[in-house]
Ligand binder design. Structure first.
Ligand SMILES: Cc1ncc(COP(=O)(O)O)c(C=O)c1O
Length: 438
């Protein structure tokens, strides 16, 4: 046997599919930081990192919990029963599908939930998801299958709504598709889907006997006249799972706490077995993080919680409109006003990028590094690297979201008003300079 070789090849077909552009760009940013560039991190959806403070009363609840001995122990594998009962009641109050505590399953954040949801699916069973995609979903699905993720188009000409014809055609002609995924409100577009559209999507799922996964982590971050319709309100008799969490809503991303709301597990034997598989897997792990689960009923059940959510909606609405006002003045890009979550996708107009454009970078070392990085990259990534080298602003290229369209995602998270406006105006100026440079 040759030296340095394992006797068995341990390579999984899915390895090549595990990409997470949102964090990969960080390595480039870190190198530039060492070369003296001051980086403005606009790549990650972490409100805490961008300066948001949890309200004092939420911290007080968590402080009280930390002094209770029980919060240091294991909890029920499916999740703390009082918390599941509390959430079930909340879901049932919306009307629509009625759940019990047994339809809630806790995970260590939705990242963990998504990894499990795909890894316990039969390998040949595919789930079609939106393009642009959120990388955690698309990579996990692709890694599970060993093939590229299957996608349907979100249409930037129609406020990034799903192209239902494209979705239905792809499902009709590919019988390996066993499920459809949607994110509502959406990352990275900021779109919020109206009830009628969700009903049509569920109708397609019903027609082709497939299940629905709906990521609702941003369900309570909606503004500009949008309201979230939950999957539970439209699912009817179709098997489905809504994905919820507190990372974005409290916001407490470091809690690593998210959960599934499962609909119609009693009506579909195969779906029931799939859910049982997920529950058994959780049992092998013992349980998910306990402290945040104890916090949920106390925080969400507090009379101040609605006010907290409304305050945040107002903040993100203001920032979304501010970003829209700035970017809609910029020639060469298409912008859509977000209605939910805290992202915005900016698209370069077709044919706008030619692979020769540049931004001026004064520091020769930084310029050399950027020029090395841009060899053989997608045209939007090329812009993103130049922007990073020239200004230190770190955004994520749209082609990193399983998408053929050229553009990039910004966040609405910067809490310092001056810095936020500086960031957006600087990006605007760079787009114009870049597009007119060659
Ligand atoms: C759509 C979506 N789902 C899930 C997650 C991950 O959430 P968690 O912190 O619960 O793992 C994110 C994080 O950015 C997200 O944008």
């Amino acid at each position: 046997m040759p030296k340095n070789t394992l006797r068995r090849n341990i390579e999984h077909e899915g390895w090549g599919q595990l990409t997470y552009e949102i964090r990969e760009i960080v390595a480039v940013g870190k190198t530039l930081e060492k070369l003296g560039v001051k980086i403005t991190w606009e790549n990650i959806g972490d409100p805490i990192q961008k300066g948001e403070k949890l309200p004092g009363w939420i911290k007080d609840i968590i402080i009280d919990l930390v002094s209770e001995d029980k919060t240091y122990g294991y909890v029920d594998s499916q999740g703390v029963i009082e918390t599941r009962e509390f959430l079930a009641e909340k879901i049932n109050q919306r009307g629509g599908y009625q759940v019990s505590a047994n339809d809630i399953l806790f995970f260590n954040g939705l990242g963990d939930a998504v990894a499990k949801a795909f890894s316990f699916l039969k390998r040949e069973a595919r789930v079609i998801g939106p393009s642009p995609a959120y990388s955690t979903h698309s990579s996990a699905e692709a890694a599970h299958s060993g093939y590229d993720h299957l996608t349907y188009e979100l249409d930037p000409e129609k406020n990034w709504m799903p192209d239902l014809q494209d979705l239905e055609n792809k499902i009709r002609y590919n019988d390996s598709i066993a499920g459809m995924l949607l994110i509502n409100p959406d990352n990275p577009t900021g779109a919020v889907y109206p009830r009628t559209l969700l009903e049509e999507m569920v109708g397609i799922a019903r027609k082709y006997n497939i299940f629905v996964l709906c990521d609702e982590i941003y369900a309570h971050i909606v503004f500009n006249h949008a309201e979230t319709t939950h999957l539970s309100q439209v699912i009817g008799n179709v098997p489905g799972i809504a994905l919820r969490g507190i990372s974005k809503e409290f916001p407490w991303p470091g809690s690593r706490c998210g959960w599934f709301e499962i609909f119609n597990q009693d009506k579909h034997p195969v779906f029931r077995r799939y859910i049982k598989g997920l529950r058994d897997a959780k049992m092998l792990e013992v349980c998910s993080t306990s402290l945040p689960q104890y916090a949920i009923p106390r925080v969400m059940g507090d009379p101040r919680y609605i006010g907290h959510l409304n305050d945040r909606k107002a903040v993100f609405q203001k920032r979304a409109n501010e970003a829209y006002d700035i970017f809609s003045q910029v020639k060469g890009i298409v912008v859509t006003k977000p209605q939910g979550a805290f992202y915005m996708s900016l698209l370069f107009k077709n044919g706008g990028l030619n692979g020769k454009q540049v931004l001026k970078i004064d520091n020769p070392e930084v310029r050399a590094y950027v020029e090395e990085k841009i060899e053989d990259v997608e045209p939007d990534k090329r812009f993103v690297y130049y922007l990073l080298g020239a200004t230190g602003i770190c955004v994520v290229p749209l082609t990193g979201f399983c998408c053929d369209r050229m553009g990039f995602r910004i966040t609405l998270l910067e809490t310092e008003d001056e810095k936020r406006v500086w960031t957006w105006k600087t990006i605007s100026r760079c787009i114009e300079n870049y597009l007119s440079s060659a």
